[in-house]
Design a protein around this ligand. Structure first.
Ligand SMILES: C[S@@+](CC[C@H](N)C(=O)[O-])C[C@H]1O[C@@H](n2cnc3c(N)ncnc32)[C@H](O)[C@@H]1O
Length: 224
């Protein structure tokens, strides 16, 4: 008999386990996400902003620091994660009417108008995705972004250019993580990341920026 009750999405575990953060972890996540947005995107007041793989929406409670966008799209494959975030934001007294939740496991951005998005961001999404999924995300995203704007997405970048099967980051104080070329959490060499622009996604890899995360970098994909 064919088994049909398995979860649809299986590249990582987030289809089964919702991403729900506690106060302490949210503080750490905020400590690198907010400065990165301030530095690379600037004030998002009045803009259309998209957070892909938003989880329980860390940035939602930090609008006083990043600006209040006209529209704040939050996308994730996990509906419970987004709903938890929206409830938390509402209970902090923040107006949630600017938030638009998009749920899909195949980067379906149909609800966004063509060329509507001024800036897009992801924290630790591509660290859970294979190149095929990254390319799907970029290809579906590109038509929704204005030409000349950028998508900033954090990734695990190997410190040298060797294509290592596994990389142990535990030499960094407080970190216990092993990343992999073939399974979640995925790492990539700088070379592989630069080569993403050869797949005709409509983005160039503009720069691999330093990021406050202990072992991720912030990759800038600029719309061509
Ligand atoms: C490490 S968490 C980061 C969440 C959030 N960006 C943060 O900083 O707290 C990775 C997120 O990516 C989401 N995710 C993983 N694969 C995805 C996919 N194919 N499509 C959409 N979201 C995905 C997960 O559900 C999870 O919320």
């Amino acid at each position: 008999m064919v088994k049909t009750d398995f979860p649809k999405y299986s590249e990582n575990n987030y289809g089964k386990v919702a991403r729900i953060t506690n106060d302490v972890y949210r503080q750490a996540l905020t400590s690198w996400q907010v400065p990165a947005i301030n530095k690379h995107i600037g004030d998002i007041t009045g803009k259309v902003f998209l957070d892909i793989g938003a989880g329980d929406i860390i940035l939602g409670e930090n609008l006083d620091q990043i600006g209040i966008p006209e529209k704040f799209y939050v996308q994730d494959l996990s509906k419970p994660s987004l709903e938890t975030g929206l409830q938390r934001i509402a209970s902090a007294g923040i107006d949630t009417s600017i938030f638009h939740a998009l749920v899909s496991d195949d980067f379906n951005f149909d609800q966004i108008e063509p060329a509507e998005v001024d800036a897009a961001f992801s924290n630790s999404l591509f660290s859970h995705l294979s190149i095929n999924s990254i390319l799907l995300c970029l290809r579906n995203l590109r038509p929704k972004m204005k030409t000349g704007t950028s998508y900033f997405s954090s990734m695990i970048v190997l410190p040298d250019n060797r294509e290592t099967l596994e990389y142990d980051w535990s030499y960094i104080p407080g970190i216990k993580a092993v990343s992999s070329a073939i399974k979640d959490p995925f790492h990539y060499s700088k070379n592989s990341i630069k080569n993403l622009q050869n797949y005709e996604t409509g983005f160039e890899v503009k720069e691999i920026h330093d990021y406050g995360h202990p072992f991720q970098k912030l990759v800038e994909f600029k719309c061509l």
